[in-house]
Design a protein around this ligand. Structure first.
Ligand SMILES: Nc1ncnc2c1ncn2[C@@H]1O[C@H](COP(=O)(O)OP(=O)(O)O)[C@@H](O)[C@H]1O
Ligand SMILES: CC(=O)N[C@@H](CCC(=O)OP(=O)(O)O)C(=O)O
Length: 261
């Protein structure tokens, strides 16, 4: 099973790359799970509602008042991705209502973390030949929704389904060692990423993404990629786990010091 996280930053522009990658994986009988974000869409909804929320380390500090807007924006993103896959003949099962992620209260109001994953529902959908399309927010035991970062959700879902490969599709070609210099990491290691994270090389949404990459690699996901979702070659290369480095993107192979191309 492979997990593909579609960044909200892409706003639909990864459609073709996603469809082709899912098709190719299914041809090889690898089930695919899609997890999506929706940061910009959430921001727009909140702006329209006159709600302003700060981000701390890339995480939106969410209030109870903001939660319905977060849920509505994510449901909209979920519908768009699900409809796009279905339009291309790929059967889907949408999880747009916090059915998969069990939220954990971490004392940051309605910004939660992943406390668990309802993996049976995801497996059942995948086993019946459908592509689960999962919105990242979660509910606690009482059914209360919490806003959860989509990268964190994707990493936890990849761990829970024991996926050997996790892809993050985003709006940059990968993780930059130095953003200003556009110095792209190709093959990297946990040590290198942890060192760069600690040194402040990442800002905004790249902080939770790198945290999620590290979490996945430390919890059994063998191969983690961060690639530009608009670059069909890069997405395909990552989906198939090809070591051919003509296509650009950052790759972390778990439990190694980094691999050569
Ligand atoms: N070192 C870095 N390398 C790459 N991107 C970075 C880095 N630091 C910050 N970023 C920002 O992270 C953004 C991607 O994160 P985010 O906006 O959350 O995307 P997504 O919605 O795809 O998850 C990039 O557009 C870039 O502006
Ligand atoms: C807690 C938190 O920050 N939640 C995120 C959820 C969406 C998300 O992560 O979307 P991207 O993949 O586009 O970043 C948010 O409110 O933006």
């Amino acid at each position: 099973m492979i997990v593909i996280k579609v960044g909200g930053s892409l706003e639909g522009s990864a459609e073709l790359a996603l469809v082709e990658a899912v098709r190719e994986a299914r041809r090889r009988e690898w089930p695919v799970v899609v997890v999506h974000g929706g940061g910009p869409r959430i921001s727009k909804r909140l702006r329209d509602a006159g709600i302003e929320l700060p981000f701390v380390n890339g995480l939106r500090q969410t209030t109870a008042e903001a939660v319905p807007h977060v849920v509505a924006a994510l449901a909209e993103c979920n519908r768009e991705i699900s409809e796009s896959l279905a339009r291309h003949g790929l059967p889907v099962q949408a999880f747009a209502d916090g059915e998969v992620v069990i939220a954990r209260d971490v004392g940051r109001d309605r910004t939660g973390e992943v406390g668990g994953v309802r993996v049976e529902a995801v497996r059942a959908a995948a086993q019946s030949g459908r592509v689960p399309v999962i919105a990242p927010f979660g509910r606690d035991e009482a059914g209360q929704p919490y806003n959860i970062n989509a990268d964190h959700a994707a990493a936890q879902i990849a761990r829970a389904v024991q996926a050997p490969r996790l892809l993050f599709l985003t709006d940059v070609p990968g993780i930059y060692r130095d953003f200003e210099a556009r110095d792209l990491l190709l093959d990297t290691s946990r040590e290198e990423l942890a060192m760069l994270l600690a040194s402040g090389a990442f800002s905004t949404g790249m902080i939770p993404k790198v945290t999620a990459v590290l979490y996945a690699a430390e919890h059994g996901v063998r191969e983690v990629w961060v690639v530009d979702g608009r670059d069909q070659d890069a997405v395909m290369c990552a989906a198939l786990g090809q070591s051919d480095r003509r296509a650009v993107g950052t790759r972390l192979v778990g439990c190694t010091e980094g691999v050569t191309a």
